[in-house]
Design a protein around this ligand. Structure first.
Ligand SMILES: CC(C)(COP(=O)(O)OP(=O)(O)OC[C@H]1O[C@@H](n2cnc3c(N)ncnc32)[C@H](O)[C@@H]1OP(=O)(O)O)[C@@H](O)C(=O)NCCC(=O)NCCS
Length: 289
């Protein structure tokens, strides 16, 4: 069986679409997504969501060998984009994909595996609250053991602050709930992470994190953690009965930067009017916090 394994990243902060870019990109995606995306107030959110949709299309088209124009998605009741029945693999081979956007980046992870979830979390200092106040508002998300590690002053963790560790654990938790396609409302303390590698180094993938779900060690899960730019944590959660081959390759599964032109169908028939360009230009960029 051919393994399809993609880890893609796109810097939306540095992307300034031309009119042609925007109209082509919007013509590549489904109408309901186009309308959803255009309701965002800020350009930055339009760009993150738009690139996410393009990544999903290009990924499914390339990995499943489906013509770009024929790719479509539906969402689960919790919002995860999935393939409609007619595009599911008929030979029963597993394949899953997921996107995430935060801060400067949009990312996609896809693999020939039962379940995959990805989350990117930018380390951000609140202007309104101190870190301690912020942690208090988030208390119920992490277990006491996780908070202990997040807040520890251990000299081994000197290079990454409590706020860094908070975002690392956040990305881990979100990637797990996204792989399971469960959404808001899930009791996040039921999921607990144990991280033998205390810091996630830049340019290295950490894959030894373990997860306990309702107090039981879940052996059929693994996590690929990376740190981009020193302040964007990414976690990819993967689940399968046998993770051997995924584990062997995981330390080389670096996120690859992709370019806008790789994600679109350049021959698409443009179906949107110039109005979209005018409306886009009337939006403010918004801060990539
Ligand atoms: C839906 C949810 C999983 C998305 O998380 P997010 O961090 O806001 O957003 P991300 O950028 O990581 O991911 C968004 C993308 O994930 C996909 N997605 C949406 N719902 C999803 C779900 N239930 N499961 C998996 N993927 C989902 C979509 O493609 C979405 O992008 P799009 O709407 O532009 O297509 C999240 O809002 C949620 O329910 N979280 C519950 C857990 C929680 O409270 N965590 C707190 C931090 S630990």
């Amino acid at each position: 069986m051919k393994r399809n394994s993609l880890r893609w990243i796109f810097n939306c902060h540095r992307w300034f679409p031309t009119k042609d870019d925007l109209l082509i990109a919007l013509s590549c995606i489904q109408e309901e997504e186009r309308n959803r995306i255009f309701n965002f107030v800020y350009k930055k959110d339009v760009k993150l969501a738009l690139i996410g949709q393009l990544m999903l299309r290009r990924c499914v088209s390339d990995c499943l060998d489906i013509h770009y124009d024929q790719v479509s998605f539906r969402r689960t009741d919790k919002g995860k984009p999935i393939l409609p029945d007619q595009l599911q693999l008929t030979d029963g081979e597993p394949f899953d994909f997921n996107i995430s956007h935060d801060g400067d980046y949009c990312v996609l992870a896809a693999d020939s595996i039962d379940k995959i979830g990805v989350d990117i979390s930018k380390v951000k200092q609140s202007n309104q609250q101190s870190t301690d106040e912020y942690f208090k508002t988030m208390e119920r998300i992490f277990s006491p053991q996780e908070w202990k590690l997040i807040k520890s002053q251990d000299p081994m963790t000197i290079n990454q602050s409590p706020l860094h560790r908070f975002h690392r654990f956040w990305a881990l938790k979100e990637s797990f709930v996204k792989a399971k396609a469960i959404g808001i409302g899930y009791e996040l303390r039921r999921i607990q992470f144990n991280c033998p590698t205390i810091n996630v180094p830049i340019n290295q993938i950490v894959n030894d994190t373990l997860v306990n779900h309702d107090g039981l060690l879940s052996n059929n899960w693994m996590f690929e953690e990376s740190l981009i730019d020193g302040n964007h944590f990414i976690s990819v959660a993967l689940s399968a009965d046998d993770l051997t081959c995924f584990r062997q390759q995981s330390t080389n599964n670096f996120f690859q930067f992709v370019q806008f032109n790789q994600l679109i169908n350049p021959n698409v028939h443009v179906v949107v009017t110039d109005d979209f360009w005018v409306k886009y230009n009337n939006k403010e960029e918004g801060r990539h916090v």
